[in-house]
Design a protein around this ligand. Structure first.
Ligand code: HXC
Length: 525
């Protein structure tokens, strides 16, 4: 080719390259400086800043930066932005791949159009094919009003993909601005919801509709802020003071979980894993009605500083969270005697069940610490369905096929003994501390029922009750009756617990267990 011809091609190419560079730069401008500034003024980061903080440095690869909406109604034919309000792509967290989408509030308020939803679906399809988590950063005014039903269809497409991906790849949602109306249902289907205090809000109907229909005054924060969802509704699993902290904690969560349901969770080998277990033999008080904090038991057993508590502010009578034993990820489910005496109620049962099912779906062994006096009695619990909700936790433990190890520290009474990962529902290794009391019910209640007439006829009923209580305790409120029948595999000292769990996990690495073939079970919802 002649020199002139080559020059022409080069010139042409440079022109095209410039157009590409200009367009790419434009795609990164979001809705423009004014709107980006307004985002910062609200105490929020921009869609791209969030990605930068979330992912390993320079690991983000964007897809679909040139997508625009196709709407020609209500003036939108004259108004369009590259990306159409959502940044999608993939990248790495601790060098492990993840997919993400980040809604850009500066473009049409992050509202969801047909093109916008197609972008999210594209990322989810890829994540499913590749087998990697999807992280959704939500900050949106909901359905793009100008697109009408097409936008609703877009939401439904996402809901379907969320559902099909559930249990196959981890799905994590961060709510970093408004998330209202039907839009809440995508995060609600995902495995974990993170919220930022003061700047994120989730509700099906906002304060103005509540005012019109119900004549109630309520603020956005009260109705659907982070505190409400983290402590009252349980919709949010994690809540943080600001977005930077929140994004850092998503990275932390990812470090405990596998990329998909065919993998095992990563092993994090670090130095100084041994916890400070001083005083572990005396954590449980001699008086069996005295509370103690189960966190102090957990911290003396797991790798030091390895606990990531889930639903920390919700249903505090049951502790759930991720931790590590010798670097291996585990899920912890633990009674909390310091709150409601550790009794199981509706909220804690649902909280526990959801966590157990996540662990089971993603091959994370479950360690259960038990000090449970039973299910919480009362009209409120019965009328709200403690029967069906308590059954969820029972069902979840029973169907779980991952390695399961249970430690009874003190009380394991009644149905709650069965529910809390007992041997009878397929737990693999069950240990009891010498302080364990495994019985149908607590001594006082039992004595008053079985020796009712004897107590009635006694001249000194208080003494009679005390004597009979001692007799009952000796007979039933100890771990030996259960150990005699092999319902627990061994009675161990608290100081032996860490080693017994570690060796148990090692043993159970090759565990194979299956549920009968079925379309799906029918967990009591
Ligand atoms: C199109 C929208 C929009 C929407 C906001 N914008 N929401 N555009 N569709 N849903 C645009 C605004 O017109 C504005 O554009 C820009 O985004 C920023 O919005 P502001 O109102 O200025 O911001 P702010 O004051 O912070 O208020 C945020 C907001 C409010 C609370 C989210 O915008 C709002 O109430 N939006 C409507 C929410 C809503 O009703 N959505 C539909 C819900 S029903 P300019 O150009 O002026 O910057 C739904 C159904 C989903 O979502 C069903 C799924 C099954």
């Amino acid at each position: 080719m002649s020199k002139d011809g080559l020059k022409k091609i080069e010139h042409n190419y440079n022109n095209l390259k410039n157009i590409l560079h200009q367009k790419r730069a434009k795609s990164k401008e979001g809705g423009g400086k004014k709107r980006l500034d307004s985002q910062h003024k609200k105490g929020k980061l921009t869609a791209r800043e969030r990605i930068e903080i979330l992912l390993d440095e320079k690991s983000f690869v964007e897809l679909d930066p040139f997508v625009e909406h196709r709407c020609s109604d209500f003036g939108l034919e004259k108004k369009s932005f590259l990306t159409d309000g959502v940044v999608i792509g993939y990248g790495k967290i601790d060098n492990r791949k993840v997919f993400l989408y980040s809604q850009d509030f500066t473009i049409f308020g992050g509202s969801l159009s047909e093109a916008f939803s197609e972008k999210i679906c594209k990322i989810m399809d890829m994540a499913l094919k590749v087998g990697a988590p999807v992280i959704g950063l939500n900050d949106s005014g909901g359905a793009r009003i100008q697109e009408g039903v097409v936008s609703l269809a877009g939401y439904a497409n996402i809901f379907l993909k969320n559902t099909l991906a559930s249990g196959v790849i981890p799905q994590i949602s961060a709510i970093l601005g408004p998330c209202a109306g039907g839009a809440v249902y995508s995060p609600a289907i995902t495995d974990f919801v993170f919220m930022a205090k003061k700047t994120s809000h989730m509700f099906v109907t906002g304060p103005s509709v509540v005012k019109t229909v119900m004549h109630e005054d309520i603020t956005m924060e009260e109705l659907g802020g982070a505190e409400t969802h983290a402590s009252r509704t349980g919709v949010a699993h994690f809540s943080y003071n600001n977005e930077i902290e929140l994004l850092g904690e998503i990275r932390k969560l990812i470090s405990y979980i596998p990329l998909n349901n065919m993998e095992r969770p990563p092993i994090l080998v670090k130095e100084n894993l041994e916890p400070n277990s001083d005083g572990i033999n005396s954590v449980v008080p001699i008086n069996s009605n005295k509370p103690y904090d189960m966190h102090s038991v957990i911290f003396k057993i797991i790798d030091s500083n390895s606990f990531l508590e889930v639903h920390k502010e919700y249903a505090a009578n049951l502790i759930v969270g991720f931790a590590r034993m010798n670097g291996q990820s585990i899920g912890i489910v633990a009674s909390q005697p310091a709150h409601l005496a550790g009794a199981l109620d509706i909220d804690s049962s649902v909280k526990g069940a959801r966590f157990v099912r996540f662990c089971d779906a993603f091959n994370i062994p479950i360690i259960t610490f038990v000090d449970v006096p039973g299910f919480l009695p009362g009209r409120d619990q019965e009328w709200h369905g403690i029967i069906k909700h308590g059954a969820k936790l029972l069902y979840a433990f029973a169907e779980a096929t991952v390695p399961k190890i249970t430690i009874i520290t003190r009380k394991a009474y009644g149905g709650a003994y069965d529910v809390m990962s007992s041997k009878h529902i397929r737990s693999d290794l069950n240990f009891a501390w010498p302080s364990a009391e495994i019985a149908v019910m607590g001594p006082k209640g039992a004595v008053e029922i079985i020796w009712k007439n004897k107590i009635k006829g006694s001249k000194n009923s208080k003494k009679e009750i005390d004597d009979l209580t001692e007799k009952y305790k000796e007979k039933f409120a100890n771990p030996f009756v259960a150990a005699k029948r092999g319902y627990i595999d061994d009675i161990i000292e608290p100081s032996e617990t860490r080693n017994r769990i570690i060796s148990g996990l090692e043993l159970l690495k090759t565990k194979v267990d299956k549920n009968p073939k079925k379309k799906h079970g029918n967990i009591p919802l």
